[in-house]
Structure formats: structure tokens, C-alpha cells
Design a protein around this ligand. Structure first.
Ligand code: CP
Ligand code: NVA
Length: 303
């Protein structure tokens, strides 16, 4: 494993190794055991979109691993003024030990890895959010203790979260169902892959998708960069693509609820369901730190 660009690139074994290391790092942190695996290493963090969790967890993670992180806003970088990614990659490779990037096109992340010579981590693109899903898988295993035989249901827009959850869920041997409206489906190549490699369904029917689920997951109707579409999307999603009491009743009685955050209460999830499952949702947010530290150690330690 040289980069973390998308979960398709990882084997089940590699994902499990990261989750095991994340559990270990979480245990060490909770017990005051220092783990300075990355002393002297510097991570550059390029953000072309907003962030609370990703930025803070990567920055704190590097600090706790004995290294440091540098926040690089695209408003300030020359990349924001049109310097090619090929050149940015080659320059940053001479200063840094790793790059985390949050941007729009997946190709930009792949190009950074292609032209640079240091590990690249995808901190969210329009296509994928692998760091989030590693934290999600960690949280599911923490609470449900296993993946096999579990059903993961995603309700909402077939966006970056849906894409990465499909791959992560299927790779770990879970049944995956997604409920998305026509015109807002996940990446079709990934859906095809999921059908070939596991138990996967994609339907516009939320209750059918949620039936017997162990984990219910949702995300915003309009992602970053889709602000202009928000009103149109609301008309499509409103009143249907929401985790509420009816959807909870279709799932297993002990179903857990996850949300990558930020959440829009009374849109994709009711305030009641959100607060009833806040313990799980905020554990999931915390696990971003532990899961990403595992990724950083894996990619940067011997680089
Ligand atoms: N879930 C997530 O990636 O949050 P941020 O956008 O705050 O980083
Ligand atoms: N789908 C959301 C996820 C935010 C973490 C977005 O891309 O804005």
C-alpha cells in the first residue's frame, strides 16, 4: 500500500490490518501510552473544500504521532491560480513526507500520486471518501463486533459516501443495500462490481433497503460543490430519503445509525433519530482520528 486514493485499491487484508492498528492506537491513546511513530515527518494537507473533522483529526493525528501537519488552503497555494498538479506534486514531494488532499475531481488525487514521489491520501473527492469509511468500519466492528452476516443500508444521495461505503461494506463481507432516487444513483461501475463480489441491492424504495439492516447510514442531500442544486435536490429527496422512525422500524431493533457529518436535521435524518444515536455518531467522528493515524503510520513510517 503506497497511497490511500480509494478503497478499491485495498485488499480486505489491508483494510483489516488498518482497522486492527486503529484499535491499538485508540487503546494506547486512551491509556496515555505515547506512540511517536512519525517523529520528524511532515504531512501537507491541501484543502479545496471546507472541513472540520478531516482537518482537525489529521492535524492532531500527526502531532500525536510525533510529526507535524501543514494546512495548505487552495486559496493560498499557486494550485488555486492554475499551477499544474504535475508541478505541485513534484515540488511538494521534495519538502514533505506525505500529502492529504481534499478536492473535487478524483483524477486530481490520482495525478498527485502519479507525478509525486510521496504517499497521497484522499481526504474526500466528489467520488470517494475512503478515510471516512475506514472510521465507519472501525465503528461498526467496535459496536457490532463482526462484519460477516451484517447488513449495511445507505439512504440518500448516491454520492462519495455511498460509493465508498459500497466498496468498504462489500470488501468486509457485509450485505449492502442503498436507497437512492432515480438520477442520483451511486457510481454504476461500483454497483456492478458490488453485485459481482457480494450481496448488493440498489433501489428507490427506502423501507425495502432498510429491511433487517444492522447499520443505517445517511449523508446530506447536496454535497460540497452542489450548493446550486440544493433546492432542486430537496424536491426529489424531501419526505422520502430520510432516516426516521419508520425507517428505523424496518431495520433490526438494535440497528445502529451512522452519519459522516455535518448533518442536516429534519432533512436526511430526524433530530429524534440523530439524538437517539448520537453516541454512535460521535464515536464514529472520534474514530476518524484513530483510523487516520493507522493510515499515516502505514504510509509514512518507512517512507
Ligand atoms: N465527515 C467529514 O469528512 O467531515 P469534514 O467535512 O468536517 O472534514
Ligand atoms: N457528501 C458530503 C460528505 C461530507 C463529509 C460532501 O461531499 O459534502
Amino acid at each position: 500500500m503506497k497511497h490511500l486514493l480509494k478503497l478499491q485499491d485495498l485488499t480486505q487484508k489491508e483494510i483489516l490490518e488498518l482497522l486492527n492498528m486503529a484499535d491499538q492506537l485508540k487503546f494506547e491513546k486512551k491509556n496515555g501510552i505515547a506512540h511517536h511513530h512519525l517523529t520528524g515527518k511532515t504531512l501537507g494537507m491541501i484543502f479545496q473544500k471546507s472541513s472540520t473533522r478531516t482537518r482537525v483529526s489529521f492535524e492532531v493525528g500527526m502531532y500525536e504521532l510525533g510529526g507535524c501537519a501543514m494546512f495548505l488552503s487552495s486559496h493560498d497555494l499557486q494550485i488555486g491560480r492554475g499551477e499544474p498538479v504535475q508541478d505541485t506534486a513534484r515540488v511538494l514531494s521534495r519538502f514533505l513526507d506525505g500529502i492529504m488532499i481534499r478536492t473535487f475531481a478524483q483524477k486530481e488525487v490520482e495525478d498527485l500520486a502519479k507525478y509525486g514521489s510521496i504517499p497521497v491520501i484522499n481526504g474526500l473527492t466528489d467520488y470517494a471518501h475512503p478515510c471516512q469509511v475506514l472510521a465507519d468500519l472501525m465503528t461498526i466492528r467496535e459496536i457490532k463486533h463482526s462484519f460477516a452476516g451484517r447488513k449495511l443500508c445507505f439512504v440518500g444521495d448516491g454520492n462519495n459516501m455511498a460509493n465508498s461505503l459500497i466498496v468498504g461494506g462489500i470488501k468486509m463481507g457485509m450485505e449492502v443495500s442503498v436507497a437512492c432516487p432515480e438520477g442520483y444513483l451511486p457510481d454504476q461501475e461500483l454497483c456492478h462490481w458490488a453485485k459481482e463480489n457480494g450481496t448488493f441491492t440498489c433501489t428507490p424504495d427506502v423501507l425495502a433497503a432498510a429491511e433487517g439492516a444492522d447499520v443505517l447510514y445517511t449523508d446530506v442531500w447536496a454535497s460540497m460543490g452542489q450548493e446550486d442544486e440544493a433546492a432542486g435536490r430537496r424536491q426529489v429527496f424531501e419526505g422520502v430519503y430520510q432516516i426516521n422512525d419508520r425507517v428505523m422500524a424496518a431495520a433490526k431493533p438494535d440497528a445502529m445509525v451512522l452519519h459522516c457529518l455535518p448533518a442536516h436535521r429534519e432533512e436526511e435524518i430526524t433530530a429524534k433519530v440523530f439524538e437517539a444515536h448520537a453516541g454512535e455518531i460521535f464515536e464514529e467522528a472520534e474514530n476518524r482520528l484513530h483510523a487516520q493515524k493507522a493510515v499515516l503510520v502505514k504510509l509514512l513510517k518507512d517512507s
